[in-house]
Design a protein around this ligand. Structure first.
Ligand code: HEM
Length: 444
């Protein structure tokens, strides 16, 4: 007898598609569409998405279950043990290139690690880990990167007016060009614009490199061929890789550029907004930073409570709300249930991170859980993913965030002057719209 997981009904699949699947796509998979995100905020799309998955999990859990997403049924895994099984089994038998992702990402990064399988994945992965110093407490170039982050934070402080998402984004685009490519690229805004246009094209899911990709790649290749010893390009030549063309170093840099230049600052601006409304936690951050030099890599990396603030903000408002895997072969779960080859498997971070049945601090800001609690070991939390295919840039991201926010918070008092005010006392909303935020950084 073939054992199977339960199946949600067709009307439930229609609701799941409308409330979980579609909002994720129309807001822009790779570059958020500002107006659509604002409208989604108004209709509380994230709250509906949470409610939809919560009611299905209550009815069909605690095991995984099948639910229709557009035309196909996908397996929704939500229990930490099942999430772990899937993420520990990536990229084989759970590959990270389901159709929609491959079609979208091929527009701007067709050779990306995250779209790779088998030996090619292993090759590109070891290359990425070697350059990014994945798993090391501090990146080899940490001292230099902290200095760059402090300089870019000072540029934001120097604006002398309330800052918006666009201001921080611009500073981070520059920081990213300096950290990833080097000093020569600091002012190459054209490079960032080229990538932005390709990512917009990715939202339309063309399934092939978008117009302009070859030129963009050549632009990057020039920088890889003239590396800067104080940036990641300087570590490329010595990093292990089997074949220049297969590994495609310039092609790997693309993911690093958008993850550091777009995803990371989105999380940091939210952290700033949360700290502006949480005076006790802000005081704790300040106490931790007292007397520390933020250009000293060790001091930056040692700011564990500040790291907890960044991580818990990422838990509350995950920039990857929903992600997936596709099975490369038939897979049997421990009770014998069969998941056929070619099945989509979904992980709904927006729900898992706030699952009130499982997480006592679901809807409040709880940085301490990452310092002295068990949050780091909880497989419910996958804003950086987890397992062999977890984000290899996680450590570097948090480090840059610590240096950048550390500088802002030691120099200024953040006050939200417009947009959402996340405060303690009542459950935090599921949406924190970046584009609506304005934060005054008042000199201390
Ligand atoms: C706050 C910032 C970031 C977040 C939230 C984030 C999140 C993630 C997530 C969720 C994944 C898994 C995607 C999936 O399997 O579908 C991932 C993978 C990845 N991330 Fe990040 N990331 C961030 C920053 C970075 C940075 C700065 C870099 C590089 C410098 C980076 C490099 C990568 C790469 C190369 C992968 C693919 C790994 C693989 O497939 O083996 N990320 N990231």
């Amino acid at each position: 007898m073939v054992l199977d997981f339960k199946h949600a009904s067709i009307p439930e699949g229609v609701r799941f598609t409308a409330q979980v699947g579609v909002p994720n796509v129309v807001q822009g998979l790779f570059r958020k569409r500002e107006k659509v995100v604002a409208v989604a905020g108004l209709v509380q799309a994230d709250q509906l998405a949470y409610g939809c998955t919560a009611s299905l999990v209550k009815k069909y859990g605690p095991e995984p279950f099948w639910v229709r997403l557009v035309t196909e049924e996908a397996l929704l895994v939500h229990h930490p043990d099942d999430i772990r099984r899937v993420l520990e089994g990536s990229p084989t038998p759970f590959a990270s290139d389901p159709d929609a992702k491959r079609k979208g990402m091929s527009a701007f990064q067709p050779t990306a690690l995250t779209l790779s399988r088998g030996d090619l994945w292993a090759d590109r992965r070891s290359f990425a880990e070697a350059v990014l110093d994945t798993g090391r407490p501090i990146h080899r170039l940490g001292q230099r990167f902290a200095a760059v982050a402090v300089e870019e934070a000072d540029a934001v402080l120097g604006l002398g007016r309330p800052v918006t998402w666009a201001d921080v984004h611009e500073a981070f685009q520059r920081l990213t060009r300096r950290v990833v490519i080097g000093a020569d690229a600091a002012d190459d805004t054209a490079l960032s614009d080229e990538l932005g246009a390709l990512m917009d094209a990715g939202n339309k899911m063309p399934g092939k490199p978008a117009a302009g990709y070859e030129d963009f790649h050549a632009h990057l290749q020039k920088y890889v061929d003239t590396p800067d010893p104080e940036a990641l390009t300087g570590l490329v030549a010595a990093a292990p890789h089997t074949d220049d063309e297969e590994t495609d170093a310039a092609g790997q840099l693309i993911h690093w550029l958008f993850a550091m230049g777009d995803t990371l600052p989105a999380n940091l601006v939210r952290t700033l907004a949360v700290l502006a409304g949480h005076p006790l936690q802000l005081a704790e951050v300040r106490a931790e930073l007292t007397g520390k030099r933020l250009t000293a890599a060790k001091s930056v990396a040692g700011a564990a409570y500040l790291a907890g603030c960044i991580l818990d903000t990422m838990r509350l408002w995950p920039t990857t709300a929903l992600f997936g895997r596709v099975t490369t072969e038939d897979v049997r779960f421990p009770q014998g249930e069969l998941v056929p080859a070619g099945s989509q498997v979904l992980i709904h971070n927006l729900f898992n991170h706030r699952n009130r049945e499982r997480i006592p601090y679901a809807d409040r800001f709880a940085p301490e859980e990452w310092v002295t609690g068990g949050a780091s070991d909880d497989w419910s939390f996958n804003f950086f993913s987890n397992g062999p295919q977890g984000c290899p840039g996680a450590g570097l991201s948090v480090f840059l965030g610590q240096a950048f926010l550390g500088r802002l918070l030691t120099q200024a008092d953040p006050v939200v002057t417009s947009g959402p005010h996340p405060r303690p006392g009542k459950p935090l909303a599921y949406t924190l719209d970046l584009n609506a935020l304005e934060i005054d950084l008042q000199p201390r």
